[in-house]
Design a protein around this ligand. Structure first.
Ligand SMILES: *[C@@H]1O[C@H](CO)[C@@H](O)[C@H](O)[C@H]1NC(C)=O
Ligand SMILES: *[C@@H]1O[C@H](CO)[C@@H](O)[C@H](O)[C@H]1NC(C)=O
Ligand SMILES: *[C@@H]1O[C@H](CO)[C@@H](O)[C@H](O)[C@H]1NC(C)=O
Ligand SMILES: *[C@@H]1O[C@H](CO)[C@@H](O)[C@H](O)[C@H]1NC(C)=O
Ligand SMILES: *[C@@H]1O[C@H](CO)[C@@H](O)[C@H](O)[C@H]1NC(C)=O
Length: 422
């Protein structure tokens, strides 16, 4: 009896222990998004922080439904010049969506940029003159480029630009349906600015892949920078099939993007926009938060679906449409949110990518297998870019061989050899 009771108690204790482990596990699973956020270099200061309900796919602008536990979303705003004069752009055929409370106000916001759009709806140059332009970049190669890469960068990031030129931005990655690469820049002030400008102009003469306008190159002017790119495509390369906007600290698998996602053999899509879809995100209303968004600037309690600014792809026709729509929308410094609002105004819903592993706005741990099947990964130092790119190129044709072996239960395969770059 004695023995039996003790034995039984030991069982109960074991059971309780297991139950508590299970409880912990359930808790951790529910927090699974946390490490991605906190454990990652968020140095670019991307404005979006995940909230609960990230996976909600319900009516996006239905403000009457679920006020769940939305967390912070937004970085302090900057009212640019673009508010002031009242003038409706409805005559240009831009429809204002109805039945989307909150958006209405933002979409009908006053602007003063009427003069940029001629009555025929033709796009002219934006409010800031070009300092460096590449007007003929697109017409040089006889057939229109299949893809235009617009890469936001700053003057000082020379190393990053050079790494991109040698890796995913190298035109020889996909020579057949050709692509072109453009770095987007504003200007830097002061002594340093003058020096940087001279170097930038030399760089531009050498590579002919820089466009620059006369606006201050700050984080809060990122929207201006993106619109410069859209405007450039609309004016100088409207026949491009697709456009991608990305950043200079990104890894972009251009080959996979072109061959597997966009597929040159198909007829180019229209009104197509895709990337890392941010669905149902809410502006932050906590005045003490650095992500505060005032209800005056954005009255709605949810943003329309937008795609992370770390990398989104759209059909060439949208460059002009988004640019034109932007002129009648109140300026928001968060370029990805702003572009999302332009799309909402155009009544275009971003297409979810074929799988959720393609566009990553965090850093995916490297393996040749994973990287040969994704499009973006965020947070790369130029040296890392060169290292991983080289490794991926040399292992391209057997990128997943070792992972398959492992799955088939051959633990002795030399994992280090394939999984880690040299
Ligand atoms: C908004 O949500 C409410 C409640 O969830 C629902 O009754 C209503 O039909 C929805 N409206 C739209 C436009 O989806
Ligand atoms: C808007 O601009 C027009 C001409 O540019 C001017 O006459 C008018 O007073 C302005 N309206 C406001 C509200 O600033
Ligand atoms: C536009 O501005 C005018 C005056 O500047 C104001 O009366 C009007 O309500 C504004 N319209 C919107 C939609 O904010
Ligand atoms: C682009 O790739 C080609 C072929 O691999 C190479 O010859 C060329 O030097 C590369 N360009 C740059 C800027 O690295
Ligand atoms: C954006 O650029 C304009 C033009 O150079 C400048 O006046 C403005 O201060 C900049 N805005 C921010 C928030 O840096």
């Amino acid at each position: 009896m004695q023995w039996r009771r003790r034995h039984c108690c030991a069982h109960t204790a074991k059971l309780l222990y297991l139950l508590s482990l299970l409880g912990l596990l359930v808790f951790l699973v529910n927090q699974v998004w946390l490490p991605r956020l906190t454990g990652l270099p968020w140095w670019r200061g991307h404005p979006v922080v995940y909230g609960g309900g990230l996976h909600t796919t319900k009516a996006k602008w239905n403000t009457s439904s679920h006020h769940t536990t939305w967390r912070l979303v937004i970085v302090p705003q900057a009212t640019l010049k673009a508010d002031a004069n009242a003038s409706s752009h409805e005559k240009e055929g831009v429809i204002s969506p109805q039945g989307e409370p909150g958006l209405d106000n933002t979409l009908t916001a006053n602007t003063s940029q009427t003069d940029e759009v001629t009555l025929s709806g033709e796009i002219t140059q934006g409010p800031f003159p070009f300092i460096i332009n590449e007007q003929d970049k697109c017409v040089e190669g006889k057939p229109a480029p299949f893809l235009v890469l617009l890469i936001a960068t700053e003057a000082r990031q020379v190393e990053a630009r050079n790494a991109i030129r040698q890796t995913w931005g190298n035109e020889s990655v996909a020579p057949h349906p050709g692509f072109i690469r453009l770095f987007l820049l504003g200007k830097t002030e002061g002594e340093l600015g003058i020096l940087q400008q001279r170097m930038l102009e030399a760089e531009s003469r050498r590579h002919h892949d820089i466009i620059q306008q006369d606006f201050l190159d700050t984080y809060k002017n990122l929207t201006v920078k993106t619109l410069m790119g859209m405007n450039w495509v609309a004016m100088h390369c409207p026949q491009a099939s697709y456009v991608m906007k990305t950043d200079s600290d990104m890894f972009v698998n251009t080959e996979y993007l072109i061959q597997k996602l966009l597929r040159p053999e198909l007829k180019p899509k229209k009104n197509y926009f895709t990337g890392n879809n941010m669905r149902g995100f809410a502006p932050n209303r906590n005045k003490n938060s650095k992500w505060y968004m005032s209800p005056e600037l954005y009255p709605g309690d949810k943003y329309p679906t937008f795609c992370s600014g770390t990398g989104y792809v759209f059909s060439g026709d949208l460059a002009g449409k988004i640019y034109r729509a932007s002129l009648s929308i109140r300026f928001l410094h968060l370029e990805d949110v702003f572009v999302g609002i332009c799309l909402a105004k155009l009544r275009i819903e971003p297409t979810p990518p074929p799988n959720e592993f393609l566009f990553n706005h965090w850093r995916v741990s490297y393996s040749s297998c994973k990287y040969s099947h994704l499009i973006t990964s965020h947070g790369f130092h130029p040296n890392e870019l060169l290292k991983y790119w080289h490794h991926l190129q040399t292992n391209k044709h057997n990128a997943c061989i070792n992972s398959n072996k492992e799955r088939a239960g051959r633990p002795h395969s030399n994992r280090m050899h394939v999984e880690k770059p040299p």
